[in-house]
Design a protein around this ligand. Structure first.
Ligand SMILES: Cc1cc2nc3c(=O)[nH]c(=O)nc-3n(C[C@H](O)[C@H](O)[C@H](O)COP(=O)(O)OP(=O)(O)OC[C@H]3O[C@@H](n4cnc5c(N)ncnc54)[C@H](O)[C@@H]3O)c2cc1C
Length: 450
């Protein structure tokens, strides 16, 4: 049955593809059934585009019925996911885009952007409706991050940390009381809305995160925390902090415990970093000096912090970033003329653009595949590592080439293309460096083949 469906889809492609190509190659009367077009009020190319849209709608309706769900392309999304993409796209264009350059130059997130994200319901994507969220899929969170990154990767990382790290940890590991207490304020656009931040890395423990030195000791009804956290995204604006500390170093990583706390409990920012890219996203050092957290603020149980910390997946940001740079530079290459023709039509340029489009598509498919596997509760660690690694490679390559495609203007700040390139560098560093992703992938391969 599967084979017949594949043939049906291949047949459809074969039937549609040649007719799509005809108008550009065949002139009136040269082998094309022109009477069909004569009876239509549309021009040939409009008619073909309309037919193509109708075919697509048919295929979409067909492929989203449950019987065929398992053989969908990775570009098939639920209606809700499609709607979300449209609304994030609009928000990014209308609210974020006008502020991108100013935020980058001031190295500061505009508070109206954060407010808007909450008002649009984008800060509790996977959180259930019962807790004030949208109750959407993990892929929805990926779509949101991807669409925001096309316009500003700083805004997308703010959303990513908040949604896929902070909300997810409380959703998955919180008790029902903790969910009641924390999730609504992290999701809703009401007066008490709060931004989240995820505090794992330390001056001496980055890739080797479980070597963290921050300690928590019990003192009555509280845990007393001492230590420091470094490079913490969102921490300048955040109100809710997930903090990892070791309660029993004799147990090594099995002593790592996750605590939830609020800024008004006395969190101090020691230093705000100045960075190469994603400059509007805050990255700070936090110091904890005999800092008290109530015992009920342990998330996931004592000693479970290491399990929580490895539940991370983020690569949509780099896919969106690469697409954003591509979308800015490619139209320019078809407008800019040198030697009497658009520069994008020289074979040397056209092939580079084609290659970048292939790389982009492959990074996107790896990302969607890892996200769908996670939703299907299949193993996804290797696939996520591949997606994270490849998306960061593609983001750096494509955004770097995009500058070259746009020539001198690409190098200026005016177009914003150079910003994508600066922003892309972080993709190979945070949430697991590229080497760490390769290490993860190679461990799976060794297990599979030895
Ligand atoms: C802008 C920014 C935002 C961040 N946001 C957060 C955040 O919100 N929360 C948080 O907890 N952390 C955050 N981080 C920290 C980030 O996760 C770490 O920087 C990252 O894990 C790398 O750690 P490191 O910087 O100590 O580099 P190191 O671990 O010192 O790595 C240095 C180099 O050595 C390589 N290397 C290390 N170990 C190996 C190995 N076993 N095999 C091969 N190569 C290896 C690495 O690949 C890298 O190239 C952020 C960092 C930045 C820059």
């Amino acid at each position: 049955m599967h084979i017949s469906v594949i043939f049906a889809i291949v047949g459809l492609t074969v039937a549609v593809a040649p007719s799509l190509a005809l108008p550009s190659r065949v002139t009136r009367g040269e082998g094309l059934n022109w009477s069909f077009f004569k009876n239509s009020r549309l021009t040939p190319s409009e008619q073909i585009a309309a037919d193509w849209r109708a075919e697509e709608a048919k295929v979409k309706a067909f492929s989203t019925t449950s019987a065929w769900r398992t053989i969908n392309s990775l570009h098939t999304f639920s209606e809700e996911e499609d709607l979300l993409r449209e609304s994030v796209k609009r928000f990014a264009q209308d609210v974020v885009r006008p502020k991108v350059r100013e935020m980058d130059e001031n190295e500061l997130m505009d508070s109206s952007v954060v407010k808007g994200l909450f008002e649009q319901g984008l800060m509790g994507i996977e959180t259930s409706a019962e807790h004030g969220g949208a109750g959407s899929s993990f892929t929805s969170a990926i779509i949101e991050i991807e669409e925001l990154a096309k316009v500003d990767p700083s805004v997308s990382v703010l959303c990513d940390v908040h949604n896929t790290l902070v909300n997810t940890v409380i959703r998955k590991y919180g008790t029902s009381n903790q969910k009641e207490r924390w999730l609504p304020q992290l999701a809703e656009s009401k007066a008490r809305r709060q931004l989240g931040s995820f505090c794992l890395s330390e001056p001496a423990s980055g890739s080797d995160a479980f070597a963290l030195q921050t300690r928590a000791t019990r003192g009555g009804d509280n845990w007393i925390i001492n230590g420091s956290k470094m490079w913490i995204t969102n921490s300048y604006e955040a109100d809710v902090f997930l903090i990892f500390a070791n309660i029993d170093p004799s147990k090594s990583y099995k002593g790592i415990t996750c605590f939830v706390a609020t800024r008004d409990m006395g969190i101090q920012i020691a230093k705000k970093e100045q960075k190469l890219g994603i400059r509007a996203s805050s990255t700070c050092t936090l110091n904890f000096d005999d800092w008290k957290v109530p015992a009920e603020n342990v998330i996931g149980g004592e000693g479970s912090g290491y399990k929580i910390a490895i539940e991370i997946l983020n690569e949509a940001q780099m896919v969106g970033l690469a697409q954003g740079a591509f979308d800015k530079a490619v139209p320019y290459t078809y407008e800019r003329k040198q030697f009497g023709q658009p520069v994008g039509t020289f074979q040397g340029m056209a092939f580079q653009i084609a290659q970048a489009a292939i790389d982009l598509e492959s990074a996107q498919l790896l990302t969607y595949n890892a996200a769908r596997r996670k939703e299907e509760r299949r193993s996804f660690t290797k696939e996520a590592a591949m997606a994270k690694y490849w998306a960061s490679v593609v983001a750096q390559q494509v955004s770097g080439q995009a500058i070259e495609w746009a020539g001198g203007v690409g190098f200026t700040r005016e177009t914003g293309i150079e910003k994508f390139w600066r922003d892309s560098k972080i993709g190979a560093i945070y949430e697991g460096t590229s080497n760490i992703q390769l290490q993860t992938i190679s461990k799976f391969i060794q297990k599979e083949y030895s």
